[in-house]
Design a protein around this ligand. Structure first.
Ligand code: 5AD
Ligand code: SF4
Length: 394
C-alpha cells in the first residue's frame, strides 16, 4: 500500500472519534471513496486542519523536496471567443478593454523570466483557434526556446526556458504543432469534473463541444498522448457544487494521472452573469456556493492538502485567486503541500485588463517588484526557491 494513504488513514483514525466515521479498511485497500474524501473536505476544526496541512507538507517534502518552483506568467491577450459565465474576459463583456501583446513584448517578458531565474514561462490567454493565432504561437514558442540568459550562469541547471501553454481547447493537430515547436507543458482546467455542473456554467457557444466537459476531457487525453506534462484544475465555490463534486474532482485528477493541478476559489466578477447572481444578495444554490471568503479559502487549501496526500509527486500551484481572499492565501497553500508559484511578468500597461475576477492582486506591481515581494515572503516561511529549475517530475 502507498505509504501516504497509510498516513492519511492514521490521521483519520486519530480524528475519527471526534469527527467522522470513515471506512478505514477501504482506505487500506487503497480505495478512498468520494464520500470519505468529502468528509475530510468538511472538516472545520482548526486543530485537525493544522495537522492535515502539516502532514500534507511532510508528504511534499518527502516526495518533492523543499523547493517551490517558479513559472513566469505572461498574459498574452484577453481576447477570447468563449463566454464562460464566470469569467471577466468572456467575449460578451463589452466593458473589457481588449489587448494583444506584441511579439516583442512577449519576448522581452520571457527574457526577464529567464534572467530572473524562473526556469520556465506560461503563455496564457483567451481562447482563439484561427490559423493566424495558432501560427503566431508556434513562431513565438520557437523564438522563446532560442533565448539564452544575458549572463551565462554556469551554476544554472538550464540556460533555456521551459514553456507551458494555457491557451484553451485546440485541435490535436495544433497541440502537436506547439509541442513540436518546443512547448512541453499544457494547462487546461476541467473547471468541474461533474458533467452537469460544467454544463451549467458553460453556455454551448463553441463548435467543438456540446456545452458539457467531454471536449475538455478529450483535450486532456490528446495532450497526454502527445507527450505534454498535462495540468488541469477546478474552481471551488461554484453554484450547485457539492463536497462530493469536489471529492470527485480529486479522484478525476488521479484517474487521469494528471501531472499538474491549479485550483482556486471562484471569485465573482460583477460584469458576468454568475458574478451578478452572487452579488445580488440572493441565496445561490449549492453546498459550497455560500461559504464566506475565509471558508472558501480554507476549502481550497483543504483541496490542496488532500490532493498532495493522494498524488504525492505532482506539481500543485498556489494560485493567484487564493491571494484575492487573503493576502497570505498562496503562502497557506504552500504550507499545505503546493509547490508551484506563477509570478506575473506581464507588462504593467495591460496587466489590469486581464481580469478574470475582481480584486486581482499586484496589478500595480511590475515584474521586478513582484519577484522581490515573493522572495521576501518565501524567505520568511523558510521555503527555498528552485532557481533556474524546471521542477518537473519527469
Ligand atoms: N474566479 C476564479 N477563477 C476564475 N477563472 C476564470 N474566471 C474565474 C473567476 N471568476 C479561472 C478558470 C480558468 C482560469 C484561467 O481562470 O478556472 O480556467
Ligand atoms: Fe475565455 Fe478562459 Fe475566460 Fe472561458 S475562462 S471566457 S475560455 S478566458
Amino acid at each position: 500500500m502507498e505509504w501516504q494513504l497509510l498516513m492519511l488513514t492514521e490521521f483519520l483514525t486519530e480524528q475519527s472519534a471526534r469527527l467522522h466515521s470513515v471506512n478505514y479498511m477501504e482506505i487500506l485497500n487503497n480505495k478512498i471513496t468520494a464520500n470519505e474524501l468529502a468528509d475530510i473536505l468538511r472538516i472545520s476544526n482548526k486543530e485537525v486542519l493544522r495537522e492535515l496541512y502539516a502532514q500534507a507538507y511532510d508528504v511534499k517534502l518527502r516526495h518533492r523536496g523543499p523547493n517551490v518552483y517558479f513559472r513566469g506568467l505572461i498574459e498574452i491577450s484577453n481576447i477570447c471567443k468563449k463566454n464562460c459565465l464566470y469569467c471577466g474576459i468572456r467575449a460578451g463583456n463589452e466593458k473589457v478593454i481588449r489587448y494583444e501583446l506584441l511579439d516583442s513584448q512577449i519576448i522581452n517578458e520571457a527574457h526577464f523570466a529567464l534572467n530572473a531565474g524562473y526556469g520556465s514561462v506560461v503563455l496564457q490567454g483567451g481562447e482563439r483557434c484561427d490559423k493566424a493565432f495558432t501560427n503566431r504561437i508556434t513562431k513565438l514558442i520557437k523564438e522563446i526556446r532560442l533565448l539564452r540568459r544575458n549572463n551565462f550562469n554556469k551554476e544554472a541547471n538550464s540556460n533555456a526556458l521551459g514553456i507551458t501553454l494555457s491557451l484553451g481547447e485546440q485541435s490535436k493537430e495544433v497541440y502537436k504543432e506547439w509541442y513540436d515547436a518546443g512547448a512541453h507543458r499544457y494547462l487546461l482546467r476541467i473547471e468541474a469534473s461533474n458533467r452537469e455542473l460544467y454544463q451549467k456554467i458553460h453556455p454551448c457557444d463553441n463548435t467543438i463541444s456540446s456545452g458539457a466537459n467531454d471536449a475538455r476531457i478529450k483535450s486532456i487525453k490528446d495532450l497526454k498522448s502527445i507527450g505534454y506534462l498535462t495540468g488541469t484544475g477546478v474552481m471551488i465555490g461554484l453554484p450547485f457544487q457539492t463536497y462530493i463534486d469536489l471529492a470527485n474532482d480529486i479522484l478525476f485528477f488521479k484517474e487521469m494521472d494528471i501531472d499538474m493541478v491549479g485550483m482556486g476559489p471562484y471569485i465573482p466578477h460583477s460584469d458576468t452573469p454568475l458574478g451578478k447572481m452572487y452579488m445580488s444578495g440572493i441565496m445561490v444554490p449549492g453546498e459550497v456556493a455560500n461559504l464566506n471568503n475565509e471558508e472558501r479559502l480554507e476549502l481550497s487549501i483543504k483541496m490542496v492538502a488532500v490532493l498532495r496526500c493522494i498524488m504525492p509527486t505532482i506539481n500543485i500551484a498556489a494560485t493567484t485567486a487564493l491571494q484575492v481572499l487573503a493576502p497570505d492565501g498562496r503562502e497557506r497553500a504552500l504550507l499545505a503541500g503546493a509547490n508551484i508559484i506563477m509570478p506575473n511578468v506581464t507588462d504593467l500597461s495591460v496587466k489590469g485588463n486581464y481580469n478574470l475576477y475582481e480584486g486581482k492582486p499586484g496589478v500595480k506591481d511590475d515584474a521586478q517588484t513582484t519577484k522581490y515581494e515573493l522572495e521576501k515572503n518565501l524567505e520568511r516561511l523558510g521555503i527555498p526557491i528552485g532557481w533556474d529549475m524546471l521542477g518537473d517530475v519527469r
